[in-house]
Design a protein around this ligand. Structure first.
Ligand code: GUN
Ligand code: FE
Length: 445
């Protein structure tokens, strides 16, 4: 048994009543054993959090760890050019080592900025090495290899045969789903409708039901993307997904910028989860998702940074701030307040992954996934009479995260990462991308 006692903190619980409690939080093994004032508990480790703020670890529902090495390699392009000219050739050039360090670089950034759970879409090949990085780092993840068995201008290493794509996905699932007491889960990741045959998508539908695992894909991110789908199937993108039975409560759709009313209705009625990626949607010039109307009809909306080459950070503080402020010019200043956005970043993400009984809030019995913030600095002051959630969403930055705990383990303490060796990962990231760029010259189409 191992135990941690966090003392004298301001605890932002995000429980049903969204209570903020002043006191202690006691962790036994991987779970929160108790929260309350003056807990008189012996613990292996005591953290004095006087003047600090404890929040649930952030849950990012759309991330590509395999793309972290491509940060800065693909600026200032729209989605389809970005994929064809830059991202697909780069992904095609990955090897086992570059996948591993790409994941470690991303996870280092995520843990350092308070994210403890990700929904991660890898590339076609070498996903085993991303799982190894996830396993070693202690981050919670629903991850899977991307599936793409269709499309033009796709480099040979990313062109999949349908049956092999499915078999490789199932093999990874069999190996990694439920690893470390459920800290790692598998999610099927068909890239987007444009990259997948109907046969593949229908197989994914059946496998997701059979194994009871999530399906994580991109949808209706970009105007040209939905035109391609309409031209091929004579239907809007989400209508098409529904027509083949994929639209259900296990489906996570990243982006959803271009939805009509019928598609929003499908999302609501089928319990589909939307991962809103405001930073990526702005940088790829995709548009602004109509999140206020999705929330008005009580659809499930959570947040994700997407990948490093379309953001260019994996920082939930950025995404929360953007999610709030981009809606205001059109929908008015109260459209997305700090509370709404913070809910999306925490308990909203937990609902997206079907783990609202386990993570997303700080409550007795839940997994101990949390971040300790130090909000005692110029950019977050004065604090007198200011709502804590407002301070976190509108003023705080990732540098204010002092300590991160995932699954009851201290993953960063006083800004020092425990499971990711920063010096090695930064050095190897540069070496890896340098080698990968050399391989880029020999990519075959
Ligand atoms: N659509 C299909 N693939 C991708 C990807 O890798 N990133 C984003 N943002 N959108 C996509
Ligand atoms: Fe993406």
């Amino acid at each position: 048994m191992s135990s941690i006692l966090i003392k004298n903190a301001e605890i932002v619980t995000m429980n049903d009543k969204e209570e903020i409690i002043y006191g202690d939080l006691y962790i036994v093994n991987d779970r929160i054993a108790e929260i309350g004032p003056n807990l008189n508990r012996e613990a292996d480790k005591v953290i004095d959090a006087t003047g600090k703020t404890v929040i649930p670890g952030f849950i990012q529902t759309h991330i590509h760890l395999c793309q972290t090495l491509f940060r800065g390699q693909a600026d200032d392009l729209e989605l389809l050019d970005w994929l064809k000219q830059k991202i697909w050739p780069l992904e095609a050039s990955h090897d086992e080592e570059s996948i591993y360090y790409s994941a470690m670089l991303g996870i280092g950034e995520l843990l350092q900025s308070g994210t403890t759970t990700v929904v991660d879409m890898e590339t076609v090949n070498h996903t085993e090495y991303a799982f190894q990085a996830i396993a070693q780092s202690g981050i919670r993840a629903l991850a899977g290899k991307v599936m793409m068995d269709k499309g033009d201008e796709v480099p040979v290493p990313l062109r999949e045969v349908t049956s092999k794509s499915i078999q490789e996905s199932v093999d990874l699932l069999e190996k990694w789903h439920s690893y470390d007491n459920g800290r790692i889960q598998y999610a099927f990741c068909p890239r987007f409708v444009v990259s997948c045959t109907e046969e593949l998508l229908k197989n994914v539908r059946d496998l997701s039901a059979g194994y009871n695992v999530r399906v994580h894909t991109h949808a209706s991110e970009n105007a040209s993307e939905i035109l391609l789908v309409e031209r091929e199937y004579g239907m809007r993108n989400v209508v098409y997904l529904d027509s083949i039975g994929l639209a259900n409560d296990r489906l996570i759709l990243a982006h959803c910028v271009w939805l009509d009313e019928q598609e929003k209705k499908i999302i609501k009625e089928r319990g589909v989860k939307v991962s809103h990626c405001p930073g990526s949607n702005l940088k790829l010039a995709s548009g602004v998702a109509e999140v206020p109307s999705l929330l008005e009809q009580q659809a499930f909306v959570s947040l994700g940074a997407d990948g490093a080459p379309c953001n260019n950070n994996l920082d939930m503080f950025n995404e929360m701030r953007l999610a709030a402020i981009i809606q205001k010019p059109v929908h008015g200043p109260t459209a997305m307040n700090a509370q709404t956005v913070f809910r999306m970043a925490t308990i909203g993400g937990a609902k997206a992954v079907g783990m609202e009984d386990e993570i997303g809030s700080l409550e007795k019995g839940k997994k101990a996934d949390l971040a300790i913030l130090n909000l005692n600095d110029f950019h977050v002051y004065p604090s007198f009479d200011i709502d804590t959630i407002s301070r976190i969403v509108y003023s705080a930055t990732r540098a204010d995260v002092e300590t991160t705990i995932g699954n009851g383990n201290i993953l960063m303490e006083n800004r020092k990462l425990k499971t990711v060796d920063k010096d090695i990962v930064l050095k190897e990231a540069n070496t890896s991308i340098k080698r990968l760029i050399k391989r880029l010259e020999t990519v075959v189409y």
